[in-house]
Design a binder for this molecule. Structure first.
Ligand code: ATP
Ligand code: MG
Length: 424
């Protein structure tokens, strides 16, 4: 029979890679805790209308990347392409926006029908941070400092921070008009995507990844010249706090971000090591989003990072993470030994909850089980054959430990293992 193929752009994280993922997730949870961010978990499926309203009709995501379908009842559902919309929806659904402040994070899979390539997949995973109810640039700065601490804790080097301000929706509308004027005057030079965006969302032309447009985009009017006074003060406040903290950044007036909901602050941590997939972590402020989704006006700001891109970067920088080897490998040969060994193994695990003990299940000679024991990386082998069963002992054979082999009475086994391994 033909094997069933995996879905394009959706990857298996195999056990050899899983420790790196676990490490990233564990460190992220610790860093979030250090700043008072709490975990929130929201569904992977939402109504399609949520993303259309939150992300915007004229974005790549909504126009061509969403995995949308009708369920059996005829409702339009979509696999979430990002986490912010669902979290804003959850804040409203649970009555958590009125006069409240929250610092939240979430981890999980996102889905976008993009062309798969290095660092770009159809199911990918994000770590997402959100702060609700905070007006000022101090929380924008905190979120950036939090991400910088994450890079430090993970040992990731060379990420560059770019920041920009998109101003208020009104300021953006004025800027939009000047952009339409500029790009219309150069309509011949635009590609098909950009021509389409010129009508719907001309700011997105600035976000184009087509190198043929780079010069045209570089010559476009700058949003920073159209900022409203309050947004300017907000942006200067953010810059001052980043300066205080010694976080280096570049102001990139072309940074607009691919989603419509942003206002004021936007930022990206980028790597210079790759091509188009250069954004490792992206975020910004979206003060209008909650109201746009039918909730009470609530300022909000957040970021999301791609775990795949982070893990690739760590590997490229030699930061590999391997699984912890077992402390103990139990070699057991013969029917009676196997039964007794399973029981003893449970007693040892009862005594040492953090101990990693692997058994030589599946049988095989002493020689082949010792080979497996060696390969496992265990420090200590326990050996049980017919002779040991008869004498009522287990042999302890150091593999990656000093000291001699010894025989231990069954009742003394947990304590003896503890002292040989220096546990407890
Ligand atoms: P890009 O410009 O690379 O398409 P984006 O602006 O669409 O990124 P966001 O929507 O802001 O990205 O998502 C935040 C982060 O999620 C990105 O910085 C990136 O690390 C990661 N990411 C986004 N899309 C993908 C994808 N298709 N595959 C893997 N990671 C992704
Ligand atoms: Mg994208």
């Amino acid at each position: 029979m033909e094997p069933i193929a995996p879905i394009t752009g959706m990857n298996d994280v195999l056990p050899e890679r899983a420790p790196a993922w676990q490490h990233v997730e564990r460190v992220a949870r610790e860093v979030f805790a250090a700043y008072g961010y709490q975990e929130i978990r929201v569904p992977i499926l939402e109504q399609t209308g949520l993303f259309k309203r939150a992300i915007g009709e004229f974005t790549d995501i909504v126009e061509k990347e969403m995995f949308s379908f009708e369920d059996r009842g005829g409702d339009g559902l979509t696999l979430r392409p990002e986490a912010t919309a669902g979290i804003a929806r959850a804040a409203i659904s649970n009555g958590l926006v009125h006069n409240q402040r929250h610092r939240w994070y979430t981890l999980g899979p996102m889905f976008r029908g993009e062309r798969p390539q290095k660092g770009r997949y159809r199911q990918f995973h994000q770590i997402d941070a959100e702060a609700y109810g905070f007006e000022g640039p101090d929380v924008d700065a905190e979120l950036i400092l939090l991400s910088a601490r994450l890079w430090k804790r993970l040992g990731i080097e060379g990420l560059k921070l770019e920041i920009n301000s998109l101003g208020t929706p009104e300021a953006r509308r004025a800027y939009r008009a000047t952009l339409v004027e500029y790009f219309s005057a150069h309509a011949d030079a635009l590609d098909a995507d950009s021509t389409r965006r010129l009508g719907g969302n001309p700011l997105r032309i600035l976000d184009s990844k087509n190198p043929a447009l780079a010069a045209l985009i570089a010559g476009a009017p700058r949003l920073t010249d159209h900022l409203d006074a309050e947004s300017r003060v907000h942006f200067e406040g953010l810059c001052a706090r980043l300066d205080d903290a010694g976080v280096a950044y570049t102001v990139n007036p072309r940074l607009v971000r691919g989603l419509d909901y942003y206002t004021r602050t936007v930022f990206e941590w980028i790597t210079t090591a790759w091509g188009a997939q250069n954004a490792v972590c992206s975020g910004g402020r979206y003060d209008g989003l909650v109201a746009q989704l039918g909730g009470e006006h609530t300022p909000a700001v957040g970021w999301a990072l791609g775990i795949e891109r982070l893990v690739i970067l760590m590997e490229e920088q030699g930061r590999t993470v391997s699984a912890e080897p077992p402390h103990v490998f139990f070699v057991m040969v013969g029917a009676a030994a196997e039964r007794l060994a399973l029981r003893l193994a449970e007693q040892v695990r009862d005594a040492w909850p953090d101990l990693r003990l692997e058994t030589g299940l599946g049988g095989g000679s002493f020689k082949s089980q010792f080979r497996r024991a060696d390969k496992s990386g265990a420090a200590l082998a326990l050996v049980l054959g017919d002779g040991e069963v008869e004498r009522g002992v287990v042999a302890l054979k150091p593999l990656r430990l000093g000291g001699e082999q010894e025989e231990v009475a069954l009742a003394d086994l947990p304590a003896r293992i503890g002292s040989r391994l220096g546990l407890g």
